[in-house]
Design a protein around this ligand. Sequence first.
Ligand SMILES: [Zn+2]
Length: 114
Amino acid sequence: MHELKIAEELIGIIIEVAESENLKKVTKVNIQFGKIIMIVPDVFRFVFESGVKGTIAKNAKLHLEILPVKFACKKCKEETEIDDLIFVCPRCGSNDLELIQGRETIVESIEGEK
Ligand SMILES: [Zn+2]
């Protein structure tokens, strides 16, 4: 269950940012995951909510966004967004691809009260 490790890391970042902004409490957190990270949103939500207990983010509303996988073909330079994890360029059939989006774990924004 890698959700736990990722949740712990992101909670650390959220609390650090909240403290540096002098927030008394965090009300909303927006998190983005690349699809390749294979986060199960319900599992993440559960470990996140357990992880923020007793912190200034304990009542934060969690908003999760899954970013689609995008790659660039090194051969024909085509950029493609894919739904399933089949790594073949739809234009030229090459599998020499560079991932340009899909591996993110990002605290996109947080909101809170001072
Ligand atoms: Zn191509």
